[in-house]
Design a protein around this ligand. Structure first.
Ligand code: AMP
Length: 279
């Protein structure tokens, strides 16, 4: 695996692949890599000739300075994990490489996606996310971009922005990789205490009970889910039954055939998000 720390080094490494018209798959991450990230790398490896992974903890998408300061940084171990799965290029830039002083971010229209769920709870987060994804895509110019269903709203926003980005790539959504007890893997999970870690799988358990046969309406399910999670000392930020494409709430089970149930809770020091798809 080759490591590029500057845009110039990255361009040099990609030069030959581009000249040979090789397909480039790109997996942007913030590091502290786990099996969920590695699954994205492996999928890209299967579907492209060259796979690029970036590790960049993007300051512009953190609306909480303490969260940014505490974000786990494990670059050396990450590089070893990527090497093991034969990732071709690791792009490991500094903030100045990603945001040089003469670079100005285009102003993207995020539509209603910015004011619901994660957008409502984390003002400015998606603006920063869109900015960094655009910038990284501009530097890597991949054929395929791999993102996880774990961050469904992030994925949906990038899908919405494809025409505005105008960079000609295909967007691929990869399924959520979970721990054996159902907890969605996340770089932040390491900050859970033993007790909090034991409670956390209740989120997925609660999501999987969302069967229309068991609940009269999405709001009946929602009330049940909130009560169940709050009984386990989680602070529920939202539970929403939404259409998977618009991410807008549905009022009855038949309103949309492609639904997602999205949850965000605060558990001890961290926020956990998760979602599942239902028909
Ligand atoms: P992050 O490093 O958290 O910004 O995540 C980088 C990419 O990995 C994003 O596209 C995430 O949606 C994806 N991802 C994070 N956790 C998981 C998971 N448990 N399963 C699959 N993909 C994931």
């Amino acid at each position: 695996m080759k490591i590029a720390k500057t845009n110039e080094a990255l361009a040099t490494l990609l030069q030959d692949a581009k000249a040979a018209n090789h397909s480039i798959g790109f997996v942007p991450t913030m590091g502290a890599l786990h099996a969920g990230h590695i699954a994205l790398i492996e999928q890209s490896k299967r579907e492209n000739q060259i796979t690029v992974c970036s590790i960049f903890v993007n300051p512009t998408q953190f609306n909480d300075a303490a969260d940014l300061a505490k974000y786990p940084r494990t670059e050396e171990v990450d590089a070893q994990k990527l090497e093991k799965v034969d990732c071709d290029i690791l792009y490991l830039p500094t903030v100045d490489e990603v945001y040089p002083s003469d670079w100005q971010s285009p102003d993207f229209d995020l539509g209603h996606f910015d004011s619901i769920m994660e957008g409502k709870m984390r003002p400015g987060h998606f603006k920063g996310m869109a900015q960094v994804v655009y910038r990284l895509l501009y530097l890597v110019r991949p054929n395929k971009l791999y993102m996880g269903q774990k961050d469904l709203q992030q994925f949906t926003i990038i899908k919405h922005l494809i025409p505005q980005f105008n960079l000609g790539f295909e967007l691929i959504c990869a399924p959520i990789v979970r721990e054996a007890d159902g907890l969605a893997m996340s770089s932040r999970n390491v900050r859970l205490s033993e007790d909090e870690r034991a409670i956390a799988p209740l989120i997925y358990k609660t999501l999987t009970t969302a069967n229309p046969a068991n609940f009269k309406s999405p709001s009946t399910y929602r009330d049940f889910a909130i009560t169940q999670l709050e009984h386990a000392y989680m602070k529920v930020e939202y539970v929403e039954v939404v259409d998977r494409n618009s991410l807008l709430p549905v009022n009855n089970w038949t309103e949309s055939q492609e639904k997602a149930i999205c949850v965000a809770v605060q558990l001890g020091p961290i926020r956990l998000i998760d979602n599942i798809f239902i028909d």
